[in-house]
Design a protein around this ligand. Structure first.
Ligand SMILES: Cc1cc2nc3c(=O)[nH]c(=O)nc-3n(C[C@H](O)[C@H](O)[C@H](O)COP(=O)(O)O)c2cc1C
Length: 347
């Protein structure tokens, strides 16, 4: 049986826009998973306490050391067990003073825990909660028109936390301008609900990954992770989400597109993709992977791509509608990431 863990963070029980969006998601999720189990955690009703010294000490102490249990650490164990039991997490959260509510931060401080939800090895940190998805529905009083658009640190912060924990998918639906008296709030809310609906609609058919020729030693987890990485790239490109795209790349990523300068490093990549998505909205992005060949912690994937923009097939010089791609993937502590992205129009 599938399990949804719903976490509500708005201090408001009545009239909360983020909770209303979460109701909509929950309804759609139950339709998609009849008989599914729903766990709820209302952080306004039952706030998680702030971390205490004794709790942190207990985190750092071996459980079998014979010390009396510390309530904060016991609560952390319960919250982590609950989180691990759910395949899908739903968070409803308002924007408070440019960031996430402190109740939600206190919750996260109890579940982001070394040795339980993330680990480390010689290559760095890795998340231990792979195979899960989270959908964050958020409401904020302001909108881009207020000129406060840059002052929203909740999105980057929450996305970073869940990707750090190894979640395979982070969806983000925001309702803006809940304080704006412009008569358009219901229209914006309907758009947010449609965006939620789209999460449950069958995805535009992506070619099956079953026909890929895998050469070299790939575990099932490697294959799943590489297929998930490719799917995350498609989602980021379709959503125009440069931040998410950049997070799926290594620090030293190289982007080589025919007829364009080489882009080197994650910062330059982010800048380049941000500029691209400001001017180009991709409506279709299909990847047809043909072969993935592994050498140690590197894998070279080659295949075909099909792209179309809002104004039709991507026929600009840089983005031909159909082209070949070769990507080099590197297995890092955080999982498989894009190290080199190359494509050319010679299809
Ligand atoms: C304490 C507090 C701080 C807020 N800070 C911001 C803010 O920084 N930016 C913003 O756009 N809206 C801000 N708002 C407005 C809320 O984001 C907005 O009312 C939102 O709809 C609240 O979510 P809810 O409807 O789910 O309760 C703030 C509201 C409160 C109560």
């Amino acid at each position: 049986m599938k399990t949804l863990l719903r976490i509500d963070a708005s201090a408001r029980k009545q009239g909360s826009h983020s909770r209303a969006l979460a109701d909509h998601f929950q309804h759609r999720w139950l339709e998609a998973h009849p008989g599914g189990k729903i766990l709820t955690r209302d952080l306004a009703e039952n706030p998680v306490p702030h971390l205490e010294n004794a709790t942190i000490s207990a985190f750092l102490t071996n459980a079998s050391s014979g010390h009396a249990p510390v309530p904060g650490a016991v609560l952390s164990d319960e919250l982590i067990a609950e989180l691990k039991s759910a395949e899908q997490v739903l968070i409803s959260s308002p924007l408070y003073n440019f960031n996430l509510p402190s109740t939600l931060k206190a919750y996260l401080d109890h579940v982001v825990r070394f040795g339980r939800t993330f680990g480390a090895n010689e290559s760095g940190y890795f998340g231990m909660l792979a195979g899960k998805s989270v959908c964050v529905v958020t409401a904020r009083g302001g909108s881009a028109a207020d000129g406060l658009d840059g002052l929203d640190f909740q999105g980057p912060s929450l996305k970073a936390v869940f990707e750090f924990l190894g979640f395979n998918r982070v969806d983000w639906i925001a309702l803006t301008g809940t304080s704006n008296d412009d008569g358009q709030l219901e229209t914006r809310a309907a758009q947010a609900r449609s965006a939620l609906d789209a999460l449950f609609d069958p995805q535009p058919a992506q070619p099956s990954a079953d026909n890929i020729e895998w050469r070299g030693l790939f575990s099932l987890q490697d294959r799943d992770a590489i297929n998930a990485l490719r799917a995350a790239q498609v989602r980021a490109i379709l959503a125009g989400d440069a931040q998410s795209y950049a997070r799926h790349c290594t620090d030293d990523v190289l982007l080589m597109l025919q007829g364009r300068d080489v882009v080197s490093g994650r910062a330059q990549f982010l800048e380049c993709e941000t500029q691209l998505f400001q001017t180009t909205k991709f409506e279709v992005m299909r990847q047809i992977p043909l072969r993935v060949e592994r050498q140690d912690d590197l894998a070279v994937e080659s295949g075909r791509q099909e792209l179309a923009t809002a104004t039709g097939s991507a026929q600009t010089e840089s983005f031909k509608a159909r082209r070949k791609y070769t990507h080099v993937l590197r297995k890092t502590a955080a999982g498989w990431r894009f190290a080199v992205l190359m494509s050319n129009n010679s299809l």
